[in-house]
Design a protein around this ligand. Structure first.
Ligand SMILES: [Zn+2]
Length: 283
């Protein structure tokens, strides 16, 4: 079933198109282009079009369906999430750090990388939560629903074959959600996930820059985005050493500030506005 909010984007599209058309018609009919009604309808069209585009490209998309990107809570709890793995040797190094710190995290794995390193994927899944990050890590924002479905299903199959689990969380590559991505993930039984803070670590800034960016943006209920892998064709040239070097410092600072670390489903359970929780307000 489609989420009721998935219909909202159709209303916004109609508003953008209708207002733009009306402004165009008024201009063509000889009304002054700079008259207040023409400017108002053109402005409405532009605003609705801008909202559509923003929501399409936002990792926190709201208009096209629910994307979880933080929990509404004042409790100092966050979820660490890592994308694009598994990827030797960085994923193993990360597992060691998390094990030492007694932290469970969430890994959005790419199916093709799981196929390459199934044992490592299984090792991750034995301790942590694993989510789907497609099969080949493409841009899906303009893809047809059939392409989206194939990417998601092949990702599910690869993860299931390697780990025995079927993920119920999905993060779109590059963070660009469109309505077809959110509805397809929902049809396949997955909740879409974004993030609240990231460090642009794919550009491999020094580890202390990665640490600073995360600590600067972190809030109670937040979701961090870092990378233990890199697309699907970078191996063995992928280099996540800066991220791995930053993680112990990030964890140490957050612990010193009273934060505790949850998996994504645990953080979702903490969300005071989660519509699945009885007796809570809906978003
Ligand atoms: Zn990714």
């Amino acid at each position: 079933m489609r989420h009721p909010r998935a219909h909202a984007w159709e209303a916004v599209t109609a508003t953008a198109a209708g207002a733009g058309l009306l402004a165009g018609l008024r201009t063509a009919a000889g009304y002054p282009m700079l008259s207040a009604p023409t400017l108002a309808t053109a402005g409405l069209g532009l605003a609705a079009g801008g909202l559509m585009a923003y929501e399409w490209l936002s990792p926190r998309s709201w208009l096209y369906g629910p994307v979880f990107w933080h929990a509404h809570t004042t409790e100092r709890a966050i979820a660490l999430t890592f994308d694009d793995g598994p990827c030797h040797p960085y994923t193993e190094q990360l597992l060691e750090i998390l094990d030492r710190e007694g932290i469970r995290a969430t890994f959005f794995q790419v199916g093709n990388n799981v196929r390459r390193e199934p044992n490592l994927a299984a090792e991750v899944a034995s301790e942590h939560v694993v989510g789907n990050h497609t099969f080949t890590h493409p841009h899906l924002v303009w893809s047809r629903p059939g392409t989206v479905r194939e990417q998601l299903m092949r990702g599910q199959e690869a993860i299931h074959d390697a780990t025995g689990i079927v993920p119920n969380h999905f993060r779109v590559p590059h963070g660009w959600y469109g309505p077809q991505v959110i509805s397809t993930a929902g049809e396949l039984g997955m909740r879409c996930v974004g993030w609240s803070v990231m460090a642009w670590d794919w550009d491999r800034p020094p580890w202390d820059v990665i640490q600073r960016r995360i600590l600067h943006g972190v809030r109670p209920g937040g979701v961090t985005l870092l990378h233990d892998g890199q697309d699907t064709d970078a191996f063995p040239k992928a280099d996540r050493s800066h991220t791995i070097a930053a993680v112990p410092h990030i964890i140490g600072s957050l612990k010193a500030n009273g934060y505790r670390f949850l998996t994504l489903p645990e953080l979702m359970d903490l969300d005071a506005l989660d519509p699945r929780q009885p007796g809570t307000r809906t978003r």
